[in-house]
Design a protein around this ligand. Structure first.
Ligand SMILES: [Fe+2]
Ligand SMILES: [Fe+2]
Length: 256
């Protein structure tokens, strides 16, 4: 599972790392958060195709889901792209999807938090409804796109024993709390970022510093320079559908 891909530097390192991991059979499936893929905000179908070609199985999104114009008219044409399940009913797109890895079927659910974020429906009730739809015995990976560490930890414990993994996205900073929860769910508060390393969450630090030091608004472009890919590898037992281990990963350019 790969943290938020930011702009061209993020797409570049994702493609090389994903190809390497897939070619070497180090992973059997890749779930990637693409909410910042297109110039830092949203994604397009063309960019999504590049992700799939590089080895992604499912793309999740978040508060920047609608960052690219007209994407709401396109999201339903690609079932492997999901947006948070707790959007209002009737909103385009789906909140979960069934996929097939090289070794087993799995499901991916995307949720968005409500603490320090724009209002959305309750993610806890939404995930309950989704889990009722997913066939029994299929391991479930949850991307909880949220700001507050408390809300993410709470979701991990809420879903412990019911899904294979709960990992967070959105903060663009990888946390060091990867663990197995008591009932067999792998948990990580945030996967981190896949994008330019010398940046403020993927953006050029100069306009960000101008805004912080003067209060004058500035355009936050995606930064340039060597990229980093951050995420986690979850090992799942094929028989039980439960997680065996979770460990964070970080790759820097040039990717060996
Ligand atoms: Fe993000
Ligand atoms: Fe976000």
């Amino acid at each position: 599972m790969v943290g938020d891909v930011v702009g061209k530097p993020g797409r570049r390192i994702f493609a090389s790392v994903a190809r390497k991991l897939r070619d070497s059979n180090e992973v059997h499936a890749i779930v990637v958060n693409g909410e910042n893929a297109a110039a830092g905000s949203g994604i397009t179908l063309a960019l999504a195709e590049d992700f799939f070609a590089a080895g992604a199985d499912v793309i999740t999104l978040g508060d920047h889901t609608w960052g690219q114009r007209d994407f709401e008219g396109q999201i339903n044409s690609e079932r492997r792209i999901i947006r948070p399940a707790n959007y209002a009913s009737g909103v385009p797109g789906r909140g979960w999807v069934l996929a097939q890895s090289a070794v087993m079927p799995f499901a991916v659910v995307n949720l968005q938090g409500r603490v320090f974020m724009n209002p959305v429906d309750c993610p806890f009730r939404a995930v309950d409804a989704v889990l009722r739809e997913i066939p029994c015995g299929v391991p479930v990976l949850v991307d909880f796109h949220a700001e507050a560490t408390s809300e993410k930890i709470a979701m991990g414990l809420y879903l412990d024993g019911r899904v294979a993994a709960v990992v967070g996205t959105h903060t663009h900073v990888q946390t060091s709390d990867a663990k197995l929860l008591p009932n067999g769910t792998a948990y990580l508060t945030d996967l981190g970022m896949t994008g330019p390393e010398l940046s403020v969450l993927g953006r050029d630090h100069r306009p960000v510093l101008k805004k912080f030091t003067t209060g004058i608004p500035a355009r936050f472009e995606v930064a340039e320079g060597p990229a980093v890919l951050e995420g986690a590898i979850v090992d799942i037992n094929r028989e039980t559908g439960k997680a065996v281990s979770i460990r964070t990963v970080r790759y820097r350019e040039p990717v060996e």
